[in-house]
Write a protein that binds this ligand. Structure first.
Ligand code: NAD
Length: 541
């Protein structure tokens, strides 16, 4: 038995490698891209560390070359899902009793494995199957995965240290039990790091999980499972059940042992899940913890005092990186009328330099959107803009899905602040600009606050401190992540805990101790060092 009191040092963020020509990382990644692109992999369902095939298979493709199949994955059926529940519930018994440092060590080892070996595999899988350029893959699949693993281990140690006050004759303790039952982790397609964090955050705190990855991002999810195994997670602690959301979700969400849901994805799906939990509320052993981070309609407010080159770079990076498929992507921009012409010129210059194509060609800044339904949905919004008399297409607007799902970076200008593309999440490379009169700055802040149901991210660009102050006050509920003179994307674990309110989620801040608190059920233990032997109090004499 180890009686040492260990503390984990606050980690450093995983350094972002450049992949510039001539670097060793570029050479290794190119080789891994070639290996994965030329292989046909078969991904099983994984329960209790064992691999299962269901026969019902889905395809993993390259969105930028959708005829190219990277492999197939087996979809979990109801029998396998029930087995996964039983396995998770049994596995948790030992797992939650394991000393916390052992659990932390597995996380820390997984992060080291990324640093040394898995970086290239995770990046290559994310580039090929999710169509990310090398920089977007590196900050996500390598760095943010490692950051979540390391920082969460550190945050766990801080949580366990939080103990109540004790008087001289008592000892009070708070035991941070895992939840009683399994956690259902449901991940989106757009971030390998979120996929890694959704099961591992609850598991780190002693829970066991069922993990359903997004069907369009199974490849990197499978490599994460291989990483988790090599790092030392025992079989049964994370059970991998790919498959269609509603089919997998239904039996899981009505199970007696469901103790928590760790979801990231669209608002509509999350609301559907919440409803199902509500309908089943009498069936569960315990009230399930519901944690969900969902959509956004993220804004940039440009004040007249802003530097327009800074604004343009933020619009291009914030709006078009990863094809606008970030929950935090900038998608509505409020610009003083007097600044529109000079800003438009800078934007035109920047956008004309953007290349779109296969992520294996490193000169491409943008790649494909994830699949055909996404392509059609985004093009549908552009068509609405084309047909609208208040709105014009300033740049881009064209798409081509013959080889890959490519859409040009598109900038719309509208005179209607409530046009559909100012209010709804598009999740594609489409940014809508709205011009306001300088004298209306304060009213425009209120307009921005009230325009959309979301509350995820937003930015103010200004050099006037009063304007910054006013914006951050009026927009206090409009964004869970608020940026001053920076693009509204790119939150870093340990630096900007991430999440939003309103329709954007429960704001449980992934990448912070706040999230980990949701995966424990504390037990207060009081020990009396000198218990009374008489029932009477002095006042009774
Ligand atoms: P999605 O909602 O379509 O899917 C998310 C996951 O839910 C997938 O695994 C899907 O299979 C599953 N699912 C679908 N229906 C289900 C059901 N009935 N029961 C259980 N699971 C079900 O989202 P997506 O297209 O993968 O990702 C894009 C969305 O995610 C965008 O709306 C984006 O804003 C959001 N997102 C939010 C954050 C955040 O932190 N706020 C981060 C990333 C993505």
């Amino acid at each position: 038995m180890n009686h040492t009191i260990i503390s984990i040092k606050e980690p450093q963020n995983e350094p972002v490698l450049s992949y510039a020509p001539g670097t060793p990382e570029r050479h290794r990644l190119k080789k891994e891209l070639e290996r994965i692109a030329n292989e046909q992999i078969e991904v099983p369902v994984i329960i209790g560390g064992k691999e299962y095939t269901s026969g019902d298979q889905g395809k993993m493709i390259m969105p930028h070359n959708h005829h190219h199949v990277l492999g197939r994955y087996h979809k979990a059926n109801e029998k396998l899902i029930n087995l996964a529940v039983e396995t998770a519930v049994n596995a948790q018994k030992d797992w939650e009793r394991l000393p916390w440092m052992e659990r932390a060590s597995i996380n820390l080892r997984a992060a080291e494995l990324i640093n040394r070996e898995y970086r290239y595999t995770l990046n290559a899988a994310t580039m090929l199957n999710q169509s990310k350029n090398v920089h977007q893959a590196e900050i996500d699949a390598a760095c943010e995965v490692a950051d979540f693993l390391r920082f969460n281990a550190y945050y766990m140690s801080i949580i366990y240290r939080e103990q109540p006050h004790s008087e001289r004759d008592t000892i009070n303790r708070l035991g941070y039990r895992a939840l009683e039952g399994f956690v259902f982790a449901v991940s989106p397609f757009n971030f390998t790091s979120i996929a890694a964090n959704l099961p591992t955050a609850p598991v780190l705190m002693g829970n066991a999980a069922l993990w359903k990855p997004a069907s369009s991002a199974v490849l990197s999810a499978y490599y994460l499972m291989r990483l988790f195994k090599e790092a030392g997670y025992p079989g049964g602690v994370i059970n991998f059940i790919p498959g269609p959301g509603s089919k997998v979700g239904k039996p899981v969400l009505s199970n007696y042992h469901l103790a928590g849901i760790h979801f990231t994805g669209s608002t509509a799906v999350f609301q559907g899940i919440w409803k199902q939990i509500g309908e089943n509320i009498g069936k569960y052993r315990t009230y399930p913890r519901i944690v969900g981070e969902t959509g956004g309609k993220n804004f940039i407010i440009v004040h007249p005092s802003a530097d327009l080159h800074e604004v343009a770079a933020a619009v291009v990076r914030g709006g078009f990186e990863y094809q606008g498929q970030k929950c935090s992507a900038a998608s509505r921009i409020y610009i003083p009328t007097s600044k529109w012409n000079p800003l438009k010129k800078i934007l035109e210059d920047m956008i004309s330099q953007i290349k779109i194509g296969d992520p294996r060609d490193f000169s491409n800044f943008m790649n494909a959107v994830i699949d055909e339904p996404a392509f059609d949905k985004i093009m549908g919004y552009i068509k609405k803009a084309e047909e609208d008399t208040d709105t014009e297409i300033i740049f881009g607007g064209r798409g081509d899905k013959s080889t890959g799902y490519f859409i040009e970076p598109t900038v719309l200008l509208t005179t209607n602040p409530h046009f559909i593309t100012m209010e709804e999440e598009i999740f594609g490379p489409v940014v809508t600009c709205y011009l306001y009169d300088e004298a209306e700055f304060e009213n425009t802040l209120h307009l921005c606050d009230e325009t959309s149901p979301y509350g995820l991210t937003g930015a103010i660009f200004a050099h006037d401190r009063r304007a910054i102050q006013l914006a951050s006050d009026i927009l206090r509920h409009a964004a869970g992540n608020f940026y001053i003179n920076d693009k509204p994307t790119g939150a870093v674990v340990g630096e900007q805990p991430f999440g939003g309110g309103r329709a954007s989620g429960t704001n449980d801040k992934a990448g912070s101790h706040i999230n980990l608190h949701r995966w424990v059920s504390p037990r207060a233990i009081k020990e009396n060092l000198y218990p009374p032997t008489d029932f009477k109090y002095p006042f009774m004499n």
